[in-house]
Design a protein around this ligand. Structure first.
Ligand SMILES: *Cc1c(COP(=O)(O)O)cnc(C)c1O
Length: 435
């Protein structure tokens, strides 16, 4: 396949050469823990990186590698690393960038488990997070970055408020300070937004969500733009000698920067964190990811268009006091949405209803087409009450600032007929407010 194909072609064919796999139309599932190394010479060449090849599936697996190559092509990246969950992607990226300790600047309205990790676990590993109030305020962001800051960490679109991060501006500020930008781009997926084209250095995904799109796999991805210079003193882990990068030709243990230049990040992440902490993705999960990815554009187009209609329906409903969907016309971020998201912001929105929490519970229990499921990005439309379920990891001090309260309901719009979805919400409202 040619190198310059566009997104819709790459999502079907990228990274896969059927000639190498019995001309199979679908990517084969290599259910093998280990692979014969052929000859003693080949075994050594693979181990020392002179020849590509597979030895052991914790190090690399052919099915998983095709998924990684396809994602890297879709993102315009040098490499992608597939891992066992979105949280594994985030943890591996954070540990690699701030190895040995340091600080990371983030905003507080991020995914619950990420916030929990950053507040309660990372500090015990020597990584302290500085949270800014408004990630799009350039002065606040610049002043939060200090000499020991190792990265800026953002979500491109937040949950449940769907606030949009100005990735271009944040990347410029991070780079000015000599640090990389990490973007969790789970909500838009690479179909709606490609952070690397806007300056991001590392992109992480929960591909459990809309990349796979069918709610049948837990998985994550780390994507490396391969542009950041890791040789500065701020990141000693990339310049120290690494025993496994010894080769006879060079005669010494090379550092990751010496061996891989600007590709040091994904190489070290793979070699030290993925291999040694071990959160690898299995080949069956990689196969399901590849299958889901084949229809990403059509799924997202329909889901975005239905989400727009449903957001407009909710905005006009008597019992709705607030709708959080930055894709609505007249939203305070409409300019940013127009610049960064010409195809729409995605399939997830939230809203608040009037009255007591009892109304929320009744509305949720009355739905027939929406499923009460704590997930997003599924072909099924999902409904949740975040404060009691998905967002329980958010400490109370962040609730108001993050738009969280017991009257809030979040929807993830799937592929059902949007008229049926609106009718389902109408009858659920009727039942919730009957008396
Ligand atoms: C779901 C999610 C994660 C975590 O992913 P898992 O696959 O559940 O580990 C991280 N970030 C965002 C934005 C998510 O929606």
């Amino acid at each position: 396949m040619s190198e310059n194909n566009s997104f819709d072609t790459v999502r079907i064919h990228g990274g896969y050469d059927p000639e190498e796999h019995q001309y199979a139309s679908n990517v084969p599932i290599y259910l093998s823990a280990a692979f014969s190394m052929g000859s003693a010479q080949r075994g050594r060449d693979i181990a020392e990186g002179r020849e590509p090849g597979f030895t052991y599936s914790r190090v690399a697996n052919p099915t998983v590698s095709i998924l990684e190559r396809r994602i890297a092509q879709l993102e315009g990246a040098v490499s992608a690393v597939a891992v066992a969950s979105g949280m594994a992607a985030i943890s591996n990226a954070v540990l690699t960038v701030a190895e040995g300790g340091g600080r990371i600047v983030a905003h507080h309205d991020i995914y619950g488990a990420s916030l929990d990790e950053f507040i309660s676990l990372a500090p015990k590993l020597g990584i302290t997070f500085d949270f800014v109030e408004d990630i799009n305020d350039p002065e606040e962001l610049a002043s939060a970055i200090g000499p020991d800051t190792k990265a800026v960490y953002v979500e491109s679109i937040t949950n449940p408020l769907t606030k949009v991060t100005d990735v271009d501006q944040v990347a410029a500020i991070a780079h000015e300070a000599g640090i990389p930008l990490i973007v969790d781009n789970t909500f838009p997926t690479p179909y709606l937004f490609r952070p690397i084209e806007h300056g991001a250095d590392i992109v992480v995904y929960s591909s459990t969500k809309a990349i796979n799109g069918h709610g049948n796999v837990i998985s994550g991805l780390i994507v490396d733009a391969g542009r950041f210079d890791w040789s500065s003193e701020r990141f000693p882990q990339f310049s120290e000698p690494e025993f496994t990068l010894y080769t006879e030709e060079v005669g010494h243990s090379r550092s990751f920067v010496e061996a891989f230049g600007n590709e040091a990040f994904h190489q070290r992440l793979r070699c030290k964190f993925l291999r040694l902490l071990g959160a690898v993705l299995g080949p069956q999960q990689a196969y399901l990811e590849l299958l889901g990815l084949e229809t990403i554009s059509e799924r997202l187009d329909k889901e975005v268009s239905s989400a727009q209609r449903i957001a407009a329906f909710l905005a006009g409903h008597d019992h709705v006091t607030k709708v959080n969907y930055s894709g609505l016309p007249g939203d305070p971020q409409a300019g940013l949405v127009e610049r960064l998201y010409p195809k729409g912001i995605g399939s997830i929105l939230s809203f608040e209803i009037e009255g007591s929490e009892e109304r929320v519970n009744r509305l949720i229990d009355a739905t027939r087409v929406f499923s009460y499921i704590p997930n997003v990005g599924d072909v099924r439309s999902l409904i949740v009450n975040p404060a009691r379920t998905t967002h329980r990891e958010i400490p109370f001090e962040f609730w108001e600032r993050n738009g969280l309260n017991v009257n809030l309901i979040r929807l993830s719009i799937g592929l059902e007929d949007p008229d049926d979805l609106i009718r389902d919400l109408e009858q659920s409202f009727e039942q919730a407010y009957r008396d």
